[in-house]
Ligand binder design. Structure first.
Ligand code: PRP
Ligand code: URA
Length: 210
């Protein structure tokens, strides 16, 4: 596995992911599990955030202690299902700026179609973490990264829950500068562009649609 891809195989992540895969897991549980896994994935994605030293006073005495450097992160959610991961990551970094990119996959061609974009204006100098639970063909993730680079983003990471090997290969080829973090790389894509064994349609399972 290239060092460009990190599979977060912590037992807590794997256990919760198994519960999410189960077809009878209700919508409310699915959402809660995604939020909980997002906490654990965020921990890995943000492992190398720069720290700075600050002076504080404990109840005992003054000390110099580390804090995360001032520049605010940008989290970008690929709608709709990205919002489930976004909520969990935001629990850990509530001060982060948030952008949204609306993309849906054309069911015939699987090409990603953009319908919305709103990101913070000063994205150039910030770390941008793009979140979407599913990396299948990678058409959506690749289109999102291309668009974010067009509006100035230069330091990007991609965070998902499940990836297909085909999606990893495509995204690594089209955006070799963007590290990928995932909880699992599944077996394959099927003829309809679904991840197998996967967990089905993440957006539908999160929002109870079909
Ligand atoms: C899903 C998922 C990703 C995309 C992944 O979204 O949330 O955005 O498919 O597939 P890809 O790697 O082949 O592009 P979908 O298009 O179903 O839209 P939704 O989130 O609005 O349901
Ligand atoms: N989008 C999903 O929600 N699930 C898949 O398996 C593939 C794309």
């Amino acid at each position: 596995m290239s060092e460009h891809v990190t599979v977060v195989d912590h037992p807590l992540v794997q256990h919760k992911l198994t519960q999410m895969r189960v077809k009878d897991t209700p919508t409310a549980d699915f959402r809660r599990l995604l939020r909980e896994i997002a906490h654990l994935l965020a921990y890995e994605v943000m492992r190398d955030l720069p720290l700075e030293q600050t002076r504080i006073e404990t109840p005992m005495e003054p000390m110099t202690a580390p804090q995360i450097e001032g520049k605010k992160l940008v989290l970008v959610s690929i709608l709709r299902a990205g919002n489930g991961l976004l909520d969990g990551v935001l629990d850990l970094v509530p001060q982060a700026r948030v952008g949204h990119i609306g993309l849906y996959r054309d069911p015939e061609t699987l090409v990603a179609v953009e319908y919305y974009l709103k990101v913070p204006s000063d994205i150039e100098d910030r770390l941008v973490i793009v979140v979407d639970p599913m990396l299948a063909t990678a058409n959506s993730a690749s289109a999102a990264l291309t668009r974010l680079k067009e509006v100035g983003a230069r330091n990007l990471k991609f965070l998902c829950l499940l990836a297909a090997p085909e999606g990893i290969e495509t995204l690594s080829r089209e955006h070799p500068d963007v590290p990928i973090f995932t909880a699992s790389i599944d077996d394959r894509l099927d003829d309809h562009g679904y991840i197998r064994p996967g967990l089905g349609d993440a957006g539908d399972r999160m929002f109870g649609t079909r």
